[in-house]
Design a protein around this ligand. Sequence first.
Ligand SMILES: [Zn+2]
Length: 132
Amino acid sequence: MDKVVKSEAQWREQLTPEEYHVLREAGTERAWTGEYVQTKTAGVYSCRACGAELFRSATKFDSHCGWPSFYQPSESDAVVLLEDRSLGTIRTEVRCARCDSHLGHVFHGEGYPTPTDDRYCINSVCLTLLPE
Ligand SMILES: [Zn+2]
């Protein structure tokens, strides 16, 4: 995989202020405000920053958490997982493997009826849906 490496100034130029805040400063969009929360359209979700394929609509499920949720990435190496100790708790951060942008967090073992019981809780603003 060809990594995408840009300076923060270049990212600022390319992204909107909201995209920059979430993707490059590990921000979180407000629950239920993202454009893909309820989307059922079939297609591929790619990284808003670099265009890498991240998730497919077939693995998107209704988590009722207010953010788009997927039970697995398109490819196991599409994302990287990092320990996140912010907010006084230990969570697992999800980043794009290609450009190292923040996408959201992954939670496991919550009891969702999916093949993995993983919930990749991803900000809509980090994604671009390419309908089939
Ligand atoms: Zn990316």
